[in-house]
Design a protein around this ligand. Structure first.
Ligand SMILES: *[C@@H]1O[C@H](CO)[C@@H](O)[C@H](O)[C@H]1NC(C)=O
Ligand SMILES: *[C@@H]1O[C@H](CO)[C@@H](O)[C@H](O)[C@H]1NC(C)=O
Length: 520
């Protein structure tokens, strides 16, 4: 063969090989309805990575995710965003049912009415290979998959919220699986199990009937043509990428469609701003980083608590970096530096940062675990309580009740986590968290492309999907076995009785005969 021909055959061969083993460029529709920044902080890196691997993204969202470097077709919902200002007074009941219904209404009923939804559904040229829908409170965009004949993937910026579990046949046995709010992680006592069972069941049924089903047969029906039933729609979701990792949130029995990508938002470190780096560099006893996240603002920080923290800081050798949104802070001691905005992850991973005071939001918690910095956690609402307890159980921090905290408690909590032994435990947790067969981002991309390659990958469903609860709990089988056992028991008793009666009657007959004989 001539060399050029050989080369040509070679090229064709490898061309075919790469076609079959890799996924060619996909057209992906992503729908992120919740207007919270901590949610898009998880999704944006995934979108950017998909783009850099050659896939084409169209995104329906409240934010413009596009950057000059990473271009997405962004279709903004024209519904107004209900900005949520959370402070220390209202945060306790923040994740109550009323708020969940409000979120659900906004992200389903309102967003579905947007002009951009109509545009996506009815422009003739539109075609998608894959649909990615945020899993939070609502299923109004899941039928997009059926509309385009494309598989649907869920992405959750938190652990999978309890009400999404049944569609995957996920194990939700409340004897040992906590619902995502409030329940303790390990060793529930009897009353806690009762509470966990009621909460889990309540959440699942309330969501199914009053949010999922209700919106499906009202809002979704008026938007999509030939809408399948609600069950068929949600049970068709291929898999869920969830922002957890067993090393942090505790081991759970996940079905194959639940893929853990905890830490996916963590990007390579970048340089710190010079003033912050200098301050950290120059503190010979290390630095404590203090931030209550992006939703709870400094000006809502109770004055009396602020004084308590400052007094506790005054008793420590360490310097403190405090994320504080106001220009100044009254009676700020010299070892405290305030900044409105701080590159949190880069700060946490600086070797001189020895402790983190936080609210237990998942992203900050994950970053601290990744960097191996021990945390004093003061959870406020929602999943923060669960994250905090998980962190404490894993040796990565201690939980401090913010409302009850006094100077002594703050000081002691900080002393505890600043101890070198505690630091060692946090480093061990970090090592467990990072030790995986693939990085969280590679895992996410692998499974997204996997679903496209295998046309929905529905072989990953277990037989539990769509099974009625009484069958799932084996109530029919136990019922049947109970009936069998009882029947055998009754028949046994009946036969025995009959037998004895027969024997007795035979005896009494022969008795009578004998009596008769005697009389005669
Ligand atoms: C289920 O998903 C497939 C693609 O995986 C899609 O073609 C089909 O229309 C979907 N069915 C329903 C009922 O959503
Ligand atoms: C901080 O310390 C590191 C390592 O010693 C050094 O590379 C960096 O230039 C220092 N930065 C500043 C602003 O002093």
């Amino acid at each position: 063969m001539q060399p050029t021909l050989t080369f040509g055959v070679f090229l064709v061969y490898f061309g075919l090989l790469s076609c079959t083993s890799a996924t060619s460029a996909l057209k992906i529709l992503t729908v992120y309805t919740h207007p919270g920044k901590s949610h898009s902080d998880v999704f944006d890196p995934i979108l950017r990575e998909l783009t850099s691997r050659g896939h084409q993204i169209t995104t329906l969202s409240h934010f413009n995710h596009s950057t000059p470097e990473y271009h997405f077709e962004t279709l903004l919902f024209d519904t107004p965003i209900n900005h949520l200002d959370i402070n220390f007074d209202n945060s306790a009941d923040f994740f109550g049912p009323v708020v969940i219904f409000k979120f659900a209404y906004a992200s389903c009923v309102n967003d579905l009415k947007s002009k951009v939804v109509h545009k996506v559904l009815h422009e003739k040229s539109r075609h998608f290979d894959l649909v990615i829908v945020e899993a939070f409170v609502g299923d109004c965009f899941v039928p997009m998959g059926h509309h385009f004949g494309a598989p649907v993937i869920h992405v959750s910026s938190s652990p999978l919220i309890t009400w999404f579990s049944p569609r995957f046949g996920q194990v939700i046995n409340p004897s040992h699986v906590n619902n995502f709010l409030n329940a303790p992680l390990f060793g529930m006592n009897f009353l806690e199990k009762v509470k966990n069972t009621l909460q889990t069941g309540g959440m699942i049924y309330a969501y199914y009937y009053f949010i999922g089903m209700a919106h499906h047969y009202t809002s979704a029906r008026s938007v999509y043509k030939n809408l399948p039933s609600y069950d068929d729609t949600i049970q068709n979701v291929s898999l869920a990428l969830v922002n957890t990792h067993g090393s942090l949130h505790g081991a759970v029995a996940n079905v194959p469609q639940i893929i853990e990508i905890g830490g996916v938002h963590i990007a390579p470190q970048t340089d710190l701003p010079k003033n912050i780096e200098k301050w950290i560099n120059e503190s010979k006893d290390g630095v404590i980083y203090f931030s209550m996240g992006s939703m709870i603002k400094g000006h809502t920080f109770p004055e009396e608590k602020r004084k308590i923290f400052l007094k506790a800081f005054g008793r420590l050798k360490q310097r403190v970096l405090w994320k504080w949104e106001n220009e100044t802070m009254p009676d700020k001691p010299d070892n405290v530096m305030i900044q409105k905005w701080m590159p949190q992850y880069d700060i946490l991973c600086h070797p001189n940062v020895k402790a983190f005071i936080a609210h237990g939001g998942l992203l900050g918690t994950t970053e601290a675990v990744h960097c191996g910095v021990p945390v004093v956690v003061m959870p406020q609402f929602g999943d923060q309580h669960t994250n905090a307890r998980a962190l404490e159980a894993g040796g990565g921090g201690v939980v401090l009740n913010f409302r009850e905290a006094d100077e002594e408690m703050v000081y002691n909590a900080l002393k505890t986590v600043l101890d070198p032994e505690f630091n060692k435990k946090a480093k061990e947790l970090s090592a467990r968290f990072r030790d995986r067969p693939m990085s969280p981002m590679d895992t996410a991309i692998y499974w997204i492309e996997y679903v496209a390659r295998h046309k929905g990958a529905h072989h990953m469903r277990t037989a539990a999907v769509g099974m009625p609860l009484y069958q799932y709990l084996l109530l029919d089988v136990f019922g049947f076995l109970a009936v069998c056992t009882l029947s055998i028991l009754f028949i046994g008793i009946y036969v025995t009785k009959l037998f004895f009666r027969l024997v007795m009657s035979m005896f009494s007959k022969s008795d009578k005969k004998q009596k008769k004989l005697k009389k005669n």
